[in-house]
Design a protein around this ligand. Sequence first.
Ligand code: 2DT
Ligand code: MG
Length: 214
Amino acid sequence: MPRGALIVLEGLDRSGKSTQVSRLVSRLNAAGHRARLQKFPDRTTPIGGMIDAYLRSASELDDRAVHLLFSANRWECHAAIERDLAQGVTVVVDRYAFSGIAFSAAKGLDFTYCLSPDTGLPLPDATLYLTLSPETASRRGAYGAERYENVDTQTAVRAQFAKVAEEVGRRHGDARWVEVSAEGSVEEVERDIWGVVEDVVRRVGDEPVGRLWE
Ligand code: 2DT
Ligand code: MG
């Protein structure tokens, strides 16, 4: 049986990521692929509960401690993801280790330090990075009230995502990181994402799942 694909969507706040991941899962299922959604942070686990409290500013945590919690939150889900992939289910992921690096490095943590705890996680077959100009982001309305939902943080995170893109290309090849403009309508962005994902899902077949940063 061909394995499922691991597809990650990344992007800044207001890029329409959550809308697009759910549309993508529906479209994959409608096309006869089995697919499911996985969101990070997964706030439903005990570790996710600590992350949720931190994001709502209901708790304070050391920057490194919270960085490791975000990574631990992925590690506690990796076995289920790998099992699904092996059983032919495509897993569409809303944020992954790349957000982990970009947000922590934006706070001033060392970039190489930020990579390390996620080393060995399943490597996405493709990461689609939704790009959005600061002007369009601000036209889409006010940010929410959570930690990181402000212009200064988003600007710093954008710069770190550019470094993450370079690192993915260098370690895993440029084909793994695909920029998709999020400037268009929901339907236009959905069509562009589908154009990429359709090929990836067909191609991965019996290729083994790679390991992040290895
Ligand atoms: P959502 O708004 O998508 O729930 O994200 N974040 C996310 C990190 O700082 N590190 C991580 O590893 C991940 C996955 C991005 C909540 C915020 O958490 C940030 C925004
Ligand atoms: Mg958010």
